[in-house]
Design a protein around this ligand. Structure first.
Ligand code: SF4
Length: 510
């Protein structure tokens, strides 16, 4: 008989005698605080005085709910077929973006770096970029290379356009290979700004460079769809289902669902799916563009409106019955179609489910963290089901987002107690959760520490979700996505009820 493998979880392993002894020996050299000092400091960090100090800080950010600009640029690049994201700057940045995206999607993330070091910082990164382009053509054979920058290249002011032209003149990259680029410094903006910059750059480059701008009848009746910085691959499937129910032909501009949900078929390829490069110039002739995010793709929308002269419908993340109704009506108006019966039926089923769960959700106080579009979608959903948003923290919202969020909250009695903390971080949220408790917190995995300190259950929605599996494979948009969110929230509430129930209240039926 073979020995059974005994793989011990590290939490169990660290409780073993060997590790306990090691830890004690290590402590002797660390001069740690005494247990009473730890307790005292923890208590102070939960006081009103500490909260006031926390909210008065102006030059320090602690645990912001955002990632770097080029991370968004990598996601945008992976939305196009056979496209290799190329990061001009330090190699460590590329490692961070790849691991960050990998930990969320549980997929390998192809991206290369020009690996600038000290000499690049002094003399400029031209050689790094030229050699990098040559290497990636030789090794990975992409059909497009999408170049974005990290901070080092931005601080020294590398000229991407001139560098790429030099690479072409030196013959390391053919003129047939599109190389769109975006400046994505992380000392401003966030992952959504970087996504926007790269998407706009890819669309404008492919459109401007295309020799064939003639469109067929079919192109003229198609619809363009943008999902934006989309951490849910399930949302792509959901919008495709909706558009197919309408019987519409469409082009998703930036479809990274294939690259972030590739099959394990025995052989790995660098490239899975994505928008066809030849579809982009044709997309300029489409009936119109529907965007399921507005704050994450502001510049792209401006470009499509201005240069392609198209009708645009842009909405924040359509979560909930009302938001989905508006989305479907917009699609119907834009294309002159009827809302399909099967979607109306699906709506009815979700309304029924909402009614079933309503009594457990009504009046629940919630804290929300996320990107602007997701937050607006979640606020709308909470108000719709009678949940009361109390603390809303957004690190990367602008004034327009703040105004829209406040108007949305003011439209319902359930929004009366809410405050939107725009430009704030998760350390602010910790103080809020402790000083003014809520029933539930909703946000990414990063919120788990503040939620634990405040003893509030965390519902993981958004980006990144590192510590739960497969949640990104389910949709959170449309009627089906609303049902998925409802199920996630109500079952967390019911789990809490069971955990806190006395013996006589540990009910079989809820
Ligand atoms: S902040 Fe700048 S240097 Fe740091 S990881 Fe982000 S892009 Fe790289």
């Amino acid at each position: 008989m073979r020995d059974k493998l005994d793989i011990v979880d590290f939490n169990t392993l660290f409780k073993s005698e060997t590790y306990e002894q090691q830890r004690e020996r290590k402590r002797e050299f660390e001069a740690p605080c005494s247990p009473s000092q730890v307790t005292e400091t923890l208590e102070y960090s939960q006081s009103q005085e500490y909260k006031d100090k926390n909210f008065s800080r102006s030059s320090l950010v602690v645990n912001p709910a955002k990632a770097c600009q080029p991370l968004g640029a990598v996601m945008a690049a992976l939305g196009f077929e056979k496209t290799l994201p190329f990061l001009h700057g330090s190699q460590g940045c590329a490692a961070y973006f790849r691991s960050h995206l990998s930990r969320h999607f549980k997929e390998p993330v192809p991206a290369v770096s020009s690996s600038m070091t000290e000499d690049g910082a002094v003399f400029g990164g031209l050689r790094n970029l030229v050699d990098g382009l040559e290497n990636c053509m030789a090794l990975y054979k992409p059909e497009m290379i999408a170049v974005s920058t990290t901070c080092m290249a931005e601080v020294i002011g590398d000229d991407l356009q001139a560098f790429i032209e030099t690479a072409r003149q030196e013959g390391v990259i053919s003129r047939d290979i599109p190389v769109p680029y975006a400046n994505t410094p992380s000392f401003s903006g966030s992952h959504i700004t970087g996504y926007d910059a790269m998407l706009k750059s890819i669309l404008s480059f492919l459109y401007n460079e295309s020799k064939v701008k003639l469109s067929t009848e079919e192109d003229l009746t198609k619809l363009n769809v943008i999902l934006g910085f989309e951490p849910y691959t399930g949302n792509f499937a959901e919008i495709k289902k909706i558009l197919s129910a309408f019987g519409l032909e469409y082009t998703v501009l930036g479809d990274h669902s294939g690259n972030f949900d590739s099959p394990a078929a025995g052989e790995y390829s660098y490239y899975y799916g994505g928008t066809k490069l030849t579809d982009v110039p044709k997309a300029a002739s489409a009936t119109g563009t529907i965007s399921l995010q507005k704050y994450a793709v502001k510049k792209t929308i401006e470009y499509i409106q201005g240069e392609w002269n198209q009708q645009i419908v842009s909405t924040y993340t359509p979560i909930g019955i009302g938001a989905t109704d508006r989305l479907l009506q917009s699609i119907a108006d834009l294309t002159g179609s009827e809302i399909p019966a099967e979607l109306q039926e699906e709506r009815g089923r979700v309304v029924d489910a909402l009614t079933d769960s309503h009594s457990y959700l009504h009046g629940k106080r919630v804290a929300l963290v996320g990107d602007p579009d997701l937050l607006l979608g979640l606020i709308g959903f909470c108000l719709e089901v009678g949940m009361e948003p109390v603390h809303i923290v957004c690190t990367n919202g602008d004034k327009e987002f703040l105004q829209e969020a406040e108007e949305l909250l003011a439209s319902s009695l359930y929004g009366e107690e809410a405050t939107v903390h725009n430009g704030h971080d998760l350390w602010h949220m910790r103080s809020l959760l402790i000083s003014n408790p809520v029933d539930l917190a909703i946000g990414s995995s990063h919120l788990k520490y503040a939620a634990k300190d405040a003893n509030v259950p965390l519902i993981r929605i958004g980006f990144p979700i590192f510590d739960r599996h497969h949640m990104h494979r389910y949709s959170i948009i449309g009627y089906q996505g609303t049902l998925n969110i409802l199920s996630l929230i109500v079952n967390t509430v019911l789990e809490q009820l069971d955990q806190n129930a006395p013996e006589y209240g540990f009910d079989l039926v809820r």
